[in-house]
Design a protein around this ligand. Structure first.
Ligand code: DX5
Ligand code: ZN
Length: 218
């Protein structure tokens, strides 16, 4: 199980120590929540901060675009060493074209669906092309929200569809994930859990233990 700490919940006054602590942890990717204040009612960070993080970070970076115009960010972020770029299916009419464009500049392309979007709405051609499917378990926009349980059924559906279509996407889940629901998500078929508040609680020396709790389900 890959765990992805969401930098949105890190200590921005001490980001260097937080990234250094994450560098000591195995099998994680760094989840970057990019919000434009338009697609979601919140603004986060952009190119400058990611560039600074990339200088010291040792993990693959995964950017989750919560923006109205995802196409713009494909070129804009292309020089940062980001491994996976995910955009919201709801934000883009030409998702297939965008996925193909992302793949020319990044190792991996993903789409994300909000809690109110059903998998059946997404064209199966898209599911065959993507490397990552992000199932949101909160409304995108803020860290620290309560987990919405309809994600569990969507994970199961995504597993079945992946098999049926011969697709290869990773199933990532994001929002409200903690040690109480992580096991259920794993059993439903999730490959990758994103977590913000559950990981960045306490001090940097606690982060390893917080990640382990999501993986080992004590
Ligand atoms: C929400 C973001 C999430 C969020 C996760 O819009 O996509 O990545 O930061 O934070 P927690 O784990 O606190 O819900
Ligand atoms: Zn996210």
């Amino acid at each position: 199980m890959i765990i992805s700490p969401s930098i949105l919940s890190a200590n921005f006054l001490n980001l260097e120590s937080d990234i250094a602590a994450l560098n000591q942890i195995k099998d994680i990717t760094l989840h970057l929540d990019i919000m434009d204040g338009h697609f979601v009612p919140n603004l986060t960070f952009g190119h400058g901060l990611i560039k600074a993080i990339a200088k010291i970070n040792k993990h693959p970076m995964d950017a989750h675009l919560m923006v109205t115009n995802p196409e713009f960010y494909i070129d804009y972020f292309a020089d940062l060493g980001i491994a996976n770029l995910t955009f919201h299916w709801e934000a883009e009419k030409n998702a297939l074209t965008l996925i193909k464009k992302i793949k020319t500049k990044y190792k991996s392309a993903g789409i994300s669906i909000k809690p109110e979007t059903n998998l059946s709405q997404v064209d199966q051609k898209i599911l065959k092309e993507i490397d990552l499917l992000l199932i949101m378990s909160v409304s995108p926009g803020f860290g620290g929200q309560k987990f919405i349980p309809n994600a569990v059924q969507k994970i199961q559906e995504a597993c079945e569809l992946r098999k049926k279509l011969g697709a290869h996407f990773t199933i990532q889940v994001d929002g409200g994930i903690n040690q109480d629901n992580a096991q259920m998500l794993f059993q439903a078929g999730a490959d990758n859990l994103v977590a913000g508040s559950a990981i960045f609680s306490g001090n940097p020396q606690d982060y390893q233990k917080n990640v382990d709790k999501l993986r080992r389900y004590p």
